[in-house]
Write a protein that binds this ligand. Structure first.
Ligand SMILES: *Cc1c(COP(=O)(O)O)cnc(C)c1O
Length: 387
């Protein structure tokens, strides 16, 4: 289940932190597994100024759903359909080689491509290396003079913003400032300078000059979904509400003696008589196979997953014998792997699996139905619908 009222509340909180900078809501990867189209509608309703995705295909899917807000796509391949992007009014990130096919597409269509030039200030992924930046801004200025592109933005991406004590972020922002100056000197007038991701925005207040981080716009992803990008801070501490609940129901319960092996490899063996509950979510649903020991909340208590995570199911040890009797009501009881409030967190599963909360929510697979609660503002105060 995805609570869109939580997403809207998070957008409002993040906008307040970013103001007067604008807010681009990053909805790549199916909105980190939350459902790109319903999330995009919700964030726009709550005041997001623009949407960000990795791929042009993701942007086109938003357009096909009737979403007309500004959308930026920044990760391209030589096969990316730039003409389709221009026809759909999708803004494009440009790190170097993309400028040629984009100007070519603009010429063919008689269109002006809206582009954001990207500089690599230290992350070492895409973005023009500093040495190639002057040539890129000159080429872009030339294309702008020909009416083929309009450089509406300049951006970079931060490498260690989730560790606010590290010095590299400030160095990246200094390099970025120099890169913007180079672009201006080449005659470009990018109105949108943007660098901050969620941890950048959420740590800006601790900087001497928060505006150096916030600039004209922030690009936030994980925090929209109510997750903390910091290892040592919870969503609650950041004023965010987790939007996704991964839940199922107990599909079998059995009493077992001591010495019962559980799941493939029999790596878990009960050390006393106990009750085992089967929950039909496995690695095909996105529960990491490496997540043995992750928490599951059933009937108001949290128990550990035991034994190997299988493709379709996990087993929970309820820690006491005799609970399979019908009066305990376990068959069909709700089983929550993670969610908001008293439920276990996506971060707890990330810890069990040796990964980060981003990966836990993003990898929930298409086999798990996405039920969106509070899809419209008016119903935000209403009772939760039954999924
Ligand atoms: C994914 C991504 C973001 C969002 O990062 P979060 O840490 O989820 O806020 C921002 N900018 C770029 C370029 C990204 O790829």
């Amino acid at each position: 289940m995805v609570d869109l009222a939580a997403v809207r509340a998070n957008v409002r909180r993040l906008r307040a932190l970013a103001a007067p900078a604008r807010l681009m809501a990053v909805v790549k990867a199916d909105a980190y597994g939350h459902g790109a189209v319903p999330v995009a509608r919700a964030v726009l309703e709550a005041g997001a100024d623009a949407l960000g995705v990795a791929h042009v295909g993701e942007a086109l899917a938003l357009r096909a759903a009737g979403i007309g807000a500004p959308v930026l796509a920044w990760l391209h391949t030589v096969d990316t359909d730039f003409p389709a992007a221009l026809a759909a009014d999708v803004e494009l990130g440009v790190s170097g080689w993309e400028l040629a096919p984009i100007t070519e597409a603009a010429r063919a269509l008689g269109a002006t491509a809206r582009i954001h030039l990207k500089i690599d200030t230290g992350l070492g992924r895409n973005g023009a290396p500093a040495a190639l930046w002057p040539a890129l801004v000159r080429a872009a200025a030339q294309a702008e003079a020909e009416g083929l592109v309009r450089v509406v933005g300049v951006f970079t991406h931060l490498a260690v913003a989730d560790e606010p004590a590290r010095p590299e972020t400030r160095e990246q922002l200094e390099r970025f400032r120099a890169a913007v100056a180079t672009a201006r000197a080449a005659g470009l007038r990018p109105g949108l300078r943007h660098a901050a991701n969620s941890p950048g925005l959420l740590s800006a207040a601790g900087l001497e000059r928060p505006e150096d981080m916030l600039l004209d716009m922030v690009r936030v992803g994980v925090s929209l979904y109510g997750l903390s990008p910091f290892a040592d801070r919870t969503p609650e501490q950041l004023g965010l509400v987790p939007a996704m609940t991964l839940r199922s129901t107990v599909s079998a319960v059995k009493d077992v003696p001591a010495g019962q092996g559980v799941s493939y490899g029999l790596s878990y063996v009960t050390d006393r008589p106990t009750t085992l509950a089967l929950v039909p979510l496995g690695y095909a649903d996105g529960v990491p196979r490496s997540g043995t020991g992750g928490p599951v909340r059933i009937q108001g208590r949290t128990y550990p997953e035991v034994g190997r995570v299988a493709m379709d199911q996990i087993v929970v040890d309820l820690g006491a014998p005799g609970r399979s009797a019908p009066e305990h009501g376990l068959l069909g009881a709700e089983a929550v792997l993670f969610g908001a409030g008293e439920n276990p967190s996506a971060s707890a599963w990330a810890e069990a699996a040796g990964t980060i909360n981003y990966e836990i929510v993003t990898r929930v697979s298409p086999r798990v139905p996405r039920v969106h609660l509070h899809a419209t503002e008016e119903r935000a105060g209403a009772e939760k619908e039954k999924p």
